[in-house]
Write a protein that binds this ligand. Structure first.
Ligand code: ADP
Length: 603
C-alpha cells in the first residue's frame, strides 16, 4: 500500500520516442544507406566490365542483375535485358556465379542501423532530458524521474524569532502549546515518567487567526529548527513525487531533531479518501506516505508535527486517529479582549497618538481576525502618511476599519439628489428601528458616503462587550433592524428600491437559521434541518430534511421576516417626525455619529 509506483508518464513518453525513432530510421535512413552501397549502372557498362574481365561475383535475379567488381569492393546492379548469351559470356570472362556475397547491405550494418542506432539515440535523448528535468527541479544527480527532494525551508529562528508574546490573545492555544515547548526543552522529564508527547498537533480555525504564527512561535520559544511546508507543495504533477517529498522531509527532520515540522493547509493532502472514480492518485499516495512516516517514528524522538487547516471536517479520519494528529488546538477568532491585545501588539510597529482608545476600535472591529486587525493598523498608518501626519490617530483607525469592512470612500459623488435622499431615509430607518428596540447594539455611526464595496451607505452598530449567546428576541430584533431600511423607504416615498438587497439576504439567513439550526420554532422543536458543512470558511450549510419540510421551512421564513418587517414599519410610523428630522440631518451632513443621532432622537 505504501510502495511508490514508478512514475508512468515519462516512460510512456520515452516509449513513444523510441518507436518513432525506429520507424524513422527504418523508413528513411536504411534505404538511403542501402542505396549508397549499391551502385546502379547501365547494361552497357555491365557488358563492358564483362569483356574487360572486371567482374567478380554475379547473381542474376528476376528483374535485375547484381554483381561486384574483381576485388569485391563495390556492389553494382543493372536491369535485365533480353540477352541469351549473357551467361556464357560471363562464364567465359571468369565471373563467378554466387548468391552469398551479393547482399545489398551487410547484415551487421543492417542490424546497427535498424536496432542499435535507435536505441543509442534513445539513451542519449533520455540522458539529455533527465538532465534538463533535474536542472529544472534543482535536484541533485542522484535524482531520476519521480524521486523528488522536498524543498522544506529550514526556519531560521534568529532572524524572525517570533515568540508567544508576539501572538496576542489565543491564550488557550498558547497554553496548549507551551507544553510542547517545555517538552522540547526538557524531554528527559517526560521520558522519566513514561509519558510520550503527541506526535502531531492540528491547529484548526478560520483564516488569519494566527495559526502559522503560533507554529513559528513554538519553534522560536523552543529554539529548535523549524521546517515549514504547505500541503499544496507536496502535490506534484507526477505520481510518487509527493510521497517522496514527504519521505525526504521526515528524513531531514529526524536528522535535525528535536525540531518542528509545520505543514500549512494540510487539507490539500489530507482530504478524505472517498474512493470516487477518478480519485487523485498522487494526493492519496502522499497522504499514505505521511501516515506511514508518522507511524514510523517514536513519540519521543523530538520531531513534533504541527499542521494547520481551516477545514478540519474534510480531513481523513486516519490522519486524526491517536498516534498521528491526536491533539487538536482550536485557534478561534479573537474575542474583545483578544482583539484589543492584537491591536496593541501591532500598534507597537507604527507610531500612534497617545489618546487612541483601543477598546473602542476593538469593539468596532467585532468579528475581525488577527490578520484583519493587523491590516487595520497598517491602513491607519498609511492614511496618516497620506494626510501628512506623523502619528496615526483615533480617526485614522476608525476610518481604516470602515475601509477594511466596506472599502474606500468613492471620491466622485455618484448619487443623484433624489437617490441621496432615499439612502438617507434607508439608513435612518435601520438606526431608528435599532434604537427603539431593547437589547440592540447602540448605533455608532451612520453614513451615506458610497464605498468601493458597492454600499451606498451604512449604519454601524457596536456591541458594548462580548456577546456569545443570542436570545430569540435579539435575533428577531436584528431581523427587524435589517428590514427597517426598506420600511423607511416605503413610508417616506411609497415605493421601494434595490438598495435593500443585502439587508434581505442577511435577514433571510438569520430567519432560516432560527428555524433550521437554533430550534426556535414550535413546529420543528429541537430538530436540526440544516447542518453546517464548513464551520471556518463562511459556514455553508446543507439541508437535511424532506422536500415537504423544506416547503414548510420556506413558508415559516417568509412568515417570520414579514412579522418583523411589519414591526419595523410600526416603529417608524410611531416616530415619523423623528424619521424625517434625522433623515434631513443625515442628508445634510452625510456622516453622523451615534451621539448626534441619539441627541436628536431624545430631544
Ligand atoms: P493563519 O495561518 O491562521 O491563516 P497567520 O498566522 O498567517 O494566519 O496570520 C497572518 C497574520 O495575521 C500574521 O502575520 C499576524 O500579523 C496577524 N495575526 C493573526 N493572528 C494574530 C495574533 N493572535 N496576534 C498577533 N498577530 C496576529
Amino acid at each position: 500500500m505504501n510502495e511508490v509506483k514508478p512514475p508512468k508518464k515519462p516512460f510512456i513518453f520515452y516509449y513513444a520516442i523510441a518507436l518513432l525513432a525506429i520507424f524513422l530510421v527504418n523508413a528513411i535512413l536504411v534505404p538511403q544507406m542501402a542505396k549508397r552501397s549499391v551502385k546502379e549502372v547501365d547494361y552497357g557498362t555491365f557488358m563492358q566490365m564483362t569483356y574487360q574481365q572486371e567482374i567478380g561475383y554475379v547473381q542474376i535475379q528476376e528483374n535485375q542483375i547484381i554483381f561486384t567488381d574483381k576485388d569485391q569492393t563495390t556492389v553494382y546492379k543493372t536491369g535485365i535485358v533480353d540477352d541469351p548469351e549473357m551467361t556464357q559470356r560471363l562464364y567465359d570472362n571468369g565471373a563467378k556465379f554466387s548468391g552469398e556475397i551479393i547482399e545489398e547491405t551487410s547484415p551487421l550494418l543492417d542490424f546497427f542501423l535498424s536496432w542499435l542506432l535507435p536505441i543509442l539515440l534513445i539513451i542519449f535523448l533520455g540522458q539529455l532530458m533527465s538532465r534538463q528535468l533535474m536542472k529544472k527541479m534543482g535536484g541533485s544527480n542522484s535524482m531520476m524521474f519521480g524521486m523528488g527532494k522536498s524543498n522544506a525551508k529550514i526556519y531560521v529562528h534568529s532572524s524572525e524569532g517570533i515568540k508567544f508574546s508576539d501572538v496576542a490573545g489565543e491564550d488557550e492555544a498558547k497554553e496548549n502549546l507551551t507544553e510542547i515547548v517545555d517538552y522540547l526543552h526538557n524531554p528527559g522529564k517526560y521520558r522519566e515518567i513514561g509519558a510520550s508527547m503527541p506526535k502531531g498537533i492540528l491547529l484548526v480555525g478560520p483564516p488569519g487567526t494566527g495559526k502559522t504564527m503560533l507554529a513559528k512561535a513554538v519553534a522560536g520559544e523552543a529554539n529548535v529548527p523549524f521546517f515549514s511546508m504547505s500541503g499544496s507543495e507536496f502535490v506534484e504533477m507526477f505520481v510518487g513525487m509527493g510521497a517522496s517529498k514527504v519521505r525526504d522531509l521526515f528524513r531531514q527532520a529526524k536528522e535535525k531533531a528535536p525540531c518542528i515540522v509545520f505543514i500549512d493547509e494540510i487539507d490539500a493532502i489530507g482530504k478524505k479518501r472517498d474512493g470516487q472514480l477518478g480519485g487523485n492518485d498522487e494526493r492519496e499516495q502522499t497522504l499514505n506516505q505521511l501516515l506511514t512516516e508518522m507511524d514510523g517514528f517514536e513519540g519521543n524522538n523530538g520531531v513534533i508535527i504541527l499542521a494547520a487547516t481551516n477545514r478540519p471536517e474534510s480531513l481523513d479520519p486516519a490522519l486524526l486517529r491517536p498516534g498521528r494528529f491526536d491533539r487538536r488546538v482550536p485557534v478561534e477568532l479573537p474575542d474583545l479582549k483578544g482583539r484589543e491585545e492584537i491591536l496593541k501588539v501591532h500598534a507597537k510597529k507604527i507610531k500612534v497618538a497617545d489618546n487612541v482608545d483601543f477598546n473602542k476600535i476593538a469593539r468596532m472591529a467585532s468579528g475581525a481576525s488577527g490578520a484583519e486587525l493587523a491590516n487595520i493598523i497598517n491602513e491607519a498608518a498609511l492614511r496618516a502618511v497620506r494626510d501628512g501626519r506623523k502619528f496615526a490617530s483615533q480617526a485614522d483607525l476608525e476610518e481604516s476599519i470602515e475601509v477594511v469592512i466596506a472599502g474606500y470612500q468613492k471620491k466622485n459623488a455618484i448619487l443623484t439628489d433624489a437617490e441621496k435622499r432615499i439612502v438617507a431615509y434607508h439608513e435612518i430607518g435601520h438606526a431608528l428601528v435599532a434604537a427603539k428596540q431593547s437589547n440592540s447594539a447602540p448605533v455608532q455611526k451612520i453614513t451615506i458616503v458610497p464605498r468601493t464595496s458597492g454600499a451606498l451607505g451604512y449604519t454601524m452598530q457596536v456591541e458594548e462587550g462580548n456577546h456569545y449567546l443570542m436570545t430569540k428576541e435579539e435575533i428577531e430584533n436584528k431581523i427587524a433592524t435589517y428590514t427597517g431600511g426598506r420600511a423607511a423607504e416605503e413610508i417616506a416615498f411609497g415605493s421601494v428600491t434595490t438598495g435593500a438587497s443585502n439587508d434581505i439576504e442577511q435577514a433571510t439567513k438569520l430567519a432560516r437559521a432560527m428555524i433550521t439550526r437554533y430550534g426556535m420554532t414550535k413546529e420543528f422543536d429541537m430538530v436540526a434541518m440544516e447542518t453546517v458543512t464548513n464551520q471556518y470558511l463562511g459556514g455553508d450549510t446543507s439541508l437535511s430534511c424532506s422536500a415537504q419540510t423544506q416547503t414548510e421551512i420556506d413558508r415559516k421564513v417568509v412568515e417570520l421576516v414579514k412579522k418583523q418587517h411589519i414591526k419595523a414599519a410600526q416603529i417608524l410610523l410611531e416616530n415619523r417626525e423623528k424619521l424625517d428630522e434625522l433623515a434631513a440631518f443625515l442628508y445634510e451632513k452625510e456622516t453622523i455619529t451615534g451621539e448626534e443621532f441619539m441627541r436628536i432622537l431624545n430631544s
